[in-house]
Design a protein around this ligand. Structure first.
Ligand code: KG4
Ligand code: ZN
Length: 340
């Protein structure tokens, strides 16, 4: 039997709806974003993001259904992100999903946004073997997860301060680059990497060589500010390349530690920062050079940042319906089980 799930994602500044069949095939997808508004302020103002969610939610649902040539009555279930995220934004998706589930008598599956990011890897891919080690790198989270099976996830390590995406966003702001900082830094860094083979070790790699699986990125901001203070003129391309390398190297080193300690059949990358090409290249190089026998899988670039397709995939593989009245937003939803 083919199961079609209508999924809704509104945890931050993206409003997404998708119809996903059997967790893998996207029949329709629509995404609106209030990113342009946040470019004006250099970061997200939660109240503004929530108001934009209200504007976009019905149009994106209509568009996804149109693309799939389906009516809500024809889908088998609904799914919605319940956390972590911004409370105002989450509530828009959750209340819409609850109302639709009630009116159309459909099961509703609550979705954890962090774990859902990992499911971007299952879209159009049916060759994923478990267990897997996952590196989830987004604007709010940086976590290494041991993915034993669907519904059975363990935290191996996480950031002690800023998330990797946050480090990109904050340092980009210092350089006068637009929000979101990750793609902006990547673009500048690419220009530098094309013309120079200079060593990229200007900024420190915190926790390097100490073993372990945790991350720390808050010192990078200070290091960038201190460096800039001493310069008469700054070279944005050079600094972007240095910043990107410092973040990427830390991610690669800690991931490698995890792959050595917890042998897994597959390595899965996920989250907005997973779109970064330098990260993809350096992870691939390290894992293959060190002869770690782990299959490396990366999600499609367009499904790395927030969208509803991965929410629909998560819901299929974790199909546990919860009574509508018991579904609530949980801005601080976390993984409870820590492995080490
Ligand atoms: O997963 P996501 O869309 O939202 C959260 O759940 O947080 O991640 C957004 C983050 C932002 O910090 C953004 O700067 C970063 O992902 N990002 C990137 C790239 N594209 C998005 N970071 C580095 N390189 C990229 N190409
Ligand atoms: Zn996200």
């Amino acid at each position: 039997m083919k199961m079609k799930i209508l999924a809704i994602e509104t945890s931050c500044d993206e409003t997404g709806c998708a119809i996903v069949e059997n967790g893998k095939k996207v029949l329709g997808e629509s995404l609106a974003s209030s990113l342009a508004l946040h470019k004006e302020t250099g970061g997200i103002i939660p109240e503004r993001a929530a108001r934009e969610q209200v504007k976009f939610i019905i149009p994106v649902i209509k568009e996804a259904l149109n693309q799939a040539s389906l009516k809500i009555s024809q889908v088998d279930a609904l799914a919605v992100t319940v956390g972590p995220g911004l409370i105002g934004s989450l509530l828009v998706g959750i209340e819409t999903a609850k109302t639709l589930a009630y009116i159309f008598s459909k099961p509703l599956i609550p979705v954890n946004h962090i774990i859902a990011h990992i499911y971007a890897n299952w879209l159009n891919n049916d060759k994923i073997l478990l267990p897997a080690i996952c590196l989830v790198v987004s604007g709010g989270h940086t976590q290494l997860i041991f993915f034993k099976n669907h519904g059975d996830y363990y935290l191996i390590g996480e950031t002690r301060d800023d998330a990797a995406g946050e480090a990109f966003d904050k340092t980009a702001r210092i350089l006068g680059l637009p929000y979101p900082g990750g793609p902006a830094i990547e673009k500048e860094a690419e220009k530098f990497l094309k013309k120079s083979s200079q060593k990229l070790n200007l900024f420190p790699r915190p926790l390097k060589g100490r073993g372990g699986f945790d991350f720390s990125f808050s010192g990078l901001k200070t290091a960038v500010i201190n460096y800039i203070k001493k310069q008469k003129k700054i070279d944005k391309e050079f600094l972007a390349a240095q910043i990107q390398e410092a973040i990427v190297d830390s991610l690669v080193e800690r991931t490698f530690n995890a792959l050595k300690k917890f042998p897994a059949k597959t390595f899965l990358l996920a989250g907005g920062v997973a779109a970064n090409k330098r990260l993809r290249e350096k992870l691939y190089k390290k894992i293959t050079e060190e002869k770690i026998k782990t299959k490396i899988i990366y999600p499609e670039i367009k499904h790395c940042t927030d969208n509803a397709c991965f929410v629909g995939s998560f819901a299929f593989f974790n199909f546990k319906t919860v009574k509508i009245e018991n579904i609530r937003a949980n801005p601080n939803l976390t993984l409870v089980k820590r492995l080490v």
